[in-house]
Design a protein around this ligand. Structure first.
Ligand code: GLV
Ligand code: MN
Ligand code: MN
Length: 418
């Protein structure tokens, strides 16, 4: 493979990661650690974006913000007409995050550009570093939102109309934070897309490897389930006269676990991450319960069967004063990544003297949306503590991060010289 392996400045990369992690930092009482809370399009997210925009501008990149708030920073190539090679990820976080999820991909792209400038390296194709909006989906209910609009899967107007739990819309928050950009909402197809991200799981650490080549992303199914029952006095209402929405919600939680444990749905994972009862008071039988169901499955048929069986189970709960309704939040099939881009990544890792393995992503990523419009693949970086993530304990060593971005740099330059 042509193009010498490129080594980035790991200390500088680490400093940017740590500086960004100060924005939205909070003291996490459960772990006693410092975490990051930068939900999409909040003031903290906007501040983080402004910090990174400053760095991208200092690196001499041409910046544009699209109508979805995605930030696209371009380093020109020598061939002005050539389609760019794109890298990136997200700066928004879950409410209990660490410093790495998404940030490594964006700041890694910045570090690649800084390294190329320092070494006086130009590429034939432009290289673009992109910050995608609302990758997490925890504020507005749909994950990979910015990249899904850029790739044309979700219409811009639909994305703008999504609301958070307080009824505030994406469109309104883009305007308020100053990130309602202009120009086309959809990207022209890039030449290729490569994203570096922490693994967020235990596979690389258990294999004793610092980087992995990602073969694709498993399917994701999110829905909101609302159960209505009847509010009633906790002390006086006989059990047989109750329509207890809380009990129906508890049954769903346990049913999902049974579905996972029975192994009849392949490698299904199921999570009820949000569960609220109303009116949420000690001495009142819950009149309503609301919960979210997050299903993951690498096999699309098994996923469809799990969804259908869950729907049948929800139907079976209806009656005796209980009703159940569902609202689809997000749904993506298994996305395989491009074989050739995986080869470019694997060769780059090999040229850096890194042992590697191929693995499927358990988490959703912007790369899976970009895969619809160009050849795309990802580099995973090993995490510590079994790769725990969406938790302030999330941690990847400076060395592992630097090795992942070395591989990103080498792969990007090789693709950009095609
Ligand atoms: C993104 O973090 C996801 O939920 O997979
Ligand atoms: Mn992420
Ligand atoms: Mn995440």
């Amino acid at each position: 493979m042509t193009g010498s392996p490129l080594t980035i400045d790991g200390d500088r990369l680490w400093r940017t990661l740590m500086e960004l992690a100060e924005i939205g930092a909070y003291h996490d009482e459960r772990t006693g650690l410092r975490g990051v809370n930068r939900l999409a399009l909040t003031d903290a997210d906007a501040e983080g974006r402004r910090l990174v925009i400053g760095w991208l501008r200092e690196a001499g990149l041409d910046l544009r913000v699209d109508p979805m708030g995605n930030i696209i920073a371009r380093r020109p190539g020598t061939d002005a007409d050539a389609a760019p090679v794109v890298t990136g990820s997200h700066l928004d976080s879950v409410a209990t995050a660490g410093a790495f999820d998404g940030c490594l991909g964006v700041l890694g792209g910045l570090e690649v550009v800084r390294t190329l400038d320092e070494r006086g390296i130009s590429t034939r194709r432009p290289i673009e570093v992109v910050v995608f909006t609302e990758e997490e989906g925890v504020r507005f209910g749909t994950d990979m939102l910015g990249s899904a609009v850029a790739a044309g899967r979700i219409p811009l107007a639909v994305a703008h109309d999504l609301i958070d739990r307080d009824g505030i819309s994406v469109g309104a928050e883009l305007t308020r934070t100053g990130f309602a950009g202009d120009g086309p909402a959809r990207f022209d197809p890039p030449h290729a897309y490569v994203e570096c991200h922490i693994e967020q799981g235990p596979v690389l650490a258990r294999a004793g490897l610092s980087v992995g080549v990602v073969t694709g992303v498993q399917g994701i199914s999110w829905q909101q389930v609302t159960i209505t029952g009847r509010a009633a006095h906790a002390g006086t209402t006989p059990t047989e006269l109750r329509a207890d929405a809380g009990i129906a919600a508890a049954r769903i939680v346990l049913r999902l676990r049974e579905m996972v444990d029975c192994a009849g749905y392949g490698e299904l994972r199921a999570t009820v991450g949000h569960l609220a009862v109303h009116p949420d008071l000690t001495n009142i039988v819950p009149a309503r319960a609301e919960l979210t169901v997050d299903l993951r499955n690498p096999d699309d048929e098994q996923m469809a069967r799990a969804e259908a069986d869950l729907a049948d189970y929800l139907d079976s709960l209806v009656g005796s004063g209980i009703t159940v309704s569902t609202r689809r939040m997000a749904r993506t099939a298994h996305v395989p990544f491009d074989a050739r881009v995986q080869q470019v990544i694997a060769a780059a890792a090999g040229d850096h003297g890194l042992d590697q393995m191929s693995l499927l992503s358990g988490a959703g990523h912007d790369a899976q949306e970009m895969a619809a419009i160009c050849p795309a693949a990802m580099i995973f970086v090993r995490g510590e503590y079994d790769g725990i993530s969406h938790n302030p304990r999330e941690y990847s060593t400076p060395e592992a991060c630097a090795r992942g971005i070395d591989v990103l740099a080498t792969a990007l330059v090789r693709l950009a010289d095609e």
